[in-house]
Write a protein that binds this ligand. Sequence first.
Ligand code: NAD
Length: 296
Amino acid sequence: MRAMAESRILQGRTIASKIEAGLQAEIARLPAAPQLRVLYFDSPASRVYWHAQQAAAARLGIRTGAPGNDWKTGSIELPWDTPWTQVERILQAWNADNSVHGIFVHQPMPPQIDAQQVSASIDPRKDVEGIHPENSARRFFARARIGSCTALAVMELIESTGIALEGKEAVVVGHSDIVGRPVSMLLLDKLATTTVCHVGTDRAGQLEAHVRRADVLVVAAGRPHLIKGEWVKPGSIVIDVGINVKDGHVVGDVEFESAKKRAAAITPVPGGVGPVTVMMVMKNTVEAFKQQTGRA
Ligand code: NAD
């Protein structure tokens, strides 16, 4: 591992651009443009994320449907009070539509919508977030057909540092279905010695001790500055997945300024994991297209 003074900022946009260039070449070879449909509920965070997805899709020539906020022809923003039956109807229609290759439903979701029910209602072949129970089960057995977009982004960022993960101490903070669990599976696949921490670890007063011995630290807790810079192991790699608004600013789960003085490489928030995750959704859409059209 590198000396302390050399901390490298892992710029998500640079890594996303490299992936985008590869995807561009791949899409040019396809017989038709893949189509991604996105559903989100009226919230500023989702709108920002959707615009980033839409811009990436447009650059790549991935269709996201006609403009106009009509789910019959394109991606959709729904009011916060939309009932589950309406969401289910839309997902079923998109599942049945052969011209739709990928479906993505954003978090946050309103209380009447059960996120697990949403994941299970998307055709697993079109689940470009990679969180349908079938895709999660395949990942558990290291047989993923479509990987979790956020977890794949985390692995891209780690791999961009050139670290050999085998035998390294990897600590994941967060054990959610969409980030913590899939990331820990992918780290295990690389033979990292993987510890998963969560709210129980913190309540037991053990979080700092685990973080302090991490060669690779992945944090996805959604708690601003939960991880103190002084806990970060010198020379380690820190991937901060968290997106929080604190005092009007977007911040991560890690105290960036103090952590970057100790880490060998660290992701900023914003501009770290986020742009790579957007590109991984595009990559998964292309993958889903290939699988559905027999080109995989
Ligand atoms: P979640 O709320 O589903 O899960 C949070 C996890 O953090 C849980 O496992 C919980 O036990 C753990 N946790 C909470 N408080 C803790 C504490 N004090 N100490 C230790 N662990 C604690 O969240 P999620 O959906 O996994 O998202 C996590 C964060 O990542 C959020 O900020 C979210 O916005 C962000 N996110 C970013 C991207 C991206 O592409 N950058 C993608 C998905 C999620």
